[in-house]
Each structure stands twice: as structure tokens, then as C-alpha cells.
Design a protein around this ligand. Structure first.
Ligand code: THU
Length: 168
């Protein structure tokens, strides 16, 4: 048996003022867009702001539905909008914020599994690492690359299995 340790590096900041000006701006955009979330069922308002390679910032927030699975997380709303409208532009940075009753959550928000997989696809698609900023009152976390959120991920390279050649 061989045991391998997978290390992830998380940069932790106590205050938004410690971030670069560009990151501060992006995070403020994520905070602002939480206010337009449609979350009547959970009351949990999430916002995501994405900086693209072309310099544009696109935003999304969670959109819920009375048939619960039909809703979508803020991260995927923003990512799918970015890919739908700017398919040639890579995702550079995504800032994610969340509020309950209009107040920023204490613990930094962490994307769900489905959003991690979608972030991974965006990274593989453009071959460029995505920086991730996770907002909270207690701390702000910054990760460099989706692997820090989703190690041992499934991606298109796994689809190239030997069975694919036989058509089974
Ligand atoms: N949600 C997000 O939008 N992003 C996350 O990272 C976690 C959860 C949404 C989904 C749902 O509308 C609400 O938050 C409660 O789970």
C-alpha cells in the first residue's frame, strides 16, 4: 500500500481591507448581488462575482424554486452566464458571499459539490487556474485553483476510458 498526502493551501484574511484592490472590488460586487437573490425558501442569500480574462465582471445569485431541485446556486448561475455570453474568456477569479437576514454569514461560505464540479470544468475548459474568494465575517479565504476545493476530481480525461473505444 502506498499513502499519498494531498495538501491544499488556504490563505486566510481577517478583513476585506487586507485584499488587493481588485479583489476587494470583486468581493463587494458579490456582496451586493446577494441582495437580489431569489431565496424565499431558505432565506439564505448567496452572491457570486466572476472576473473574466477579458476584464469583465459577471454576477449571479441563487435562484430557488417551489420544486426545490429546480433552483440553482449563485456560483452556477454566474458561471453559466459567463460561459453563455463570453465563451472565449477564461474565469480568472470568483468571489462568493452569503447573507442571512441581510447580514454576512460568520463562517466563510463554501461552494457545494455541484458548484465545485462546475468550477473544475471551467478551469479545465480554459486550462487556467481559478482563484476563489470565500467571504465571511470571521475570515475571508482565498484559494488558488479548484484543486484546493475539489481534489481527486472527475474531468474529461476520465471519459477517455478503454471502453470508449469498443463503444460499450
Ligand atoms: N447555495 C448557493 O447558492 N451557493 C452555495 O455555495 C451554497 C448554497 C444556495 C442554494 C440554496 O438556494 C440556498 O443556498 C440554501 O442552500
Amino acid at each position: 500500500m502506498k499513502t499519498t498526502e494531498i495538501r491544499i493551501i488556504v490563505h486566510e484574511y481577517q478583513n476585506i481591507d487586507e485584499l488587493t484592490e481588485n479583489d476587494q472590488y470583486l468581493l463587494h460586487e458579490a456582496r451586493r448581488i446577494t441582495e437580489f437573490a431569489y431565496a424565499p425558501y431558505s432565506g439564505f442569500h448567496v452572491g457570486a462575482a466572476i472576473l473574466l480574462g477579458n476584464g469583465m465582471i459577471v454576477k449571479g445569485n441563487n435562484q430557488e424554486n417551489s420544486a426545490y431541485p429546480s433552483g440553482l446556486c449563485a456560483e452556477r448561475v454566474a458561471l453559466f452566464y459567463a460561459n453563455a455570453n463570453y465563451p472565449d474568456s477564461e474565469v480568472k477569479t470568483i468571489a462568493i458571499s452569503a447573507a442571512k437576514n441581510g447580514i454576512l454569514v460568520n463562517d466563510p461560505i463554501k461552494p457545494c459539490g455541484g458548484c465545485r464540479q462546475t468550477l473544475s470544468e471551467a478551469e479545465v475548459r480554459f486550462g487556467s487556474p481559478i482563484r476563489i474568494i470565500l467571504d465571511g465575517q470571521d475570515s475571508i479565504l482565498v484559494l488558488h485553483g479548484v484543486e484546493s476545493l475539489l481534489p481527486l476530481s472527475f474531468s474529461k480525461k476520465d471519459l477517455a476510458s478503454p471502453l470508449a473505444a469498443t463503444g460499450r
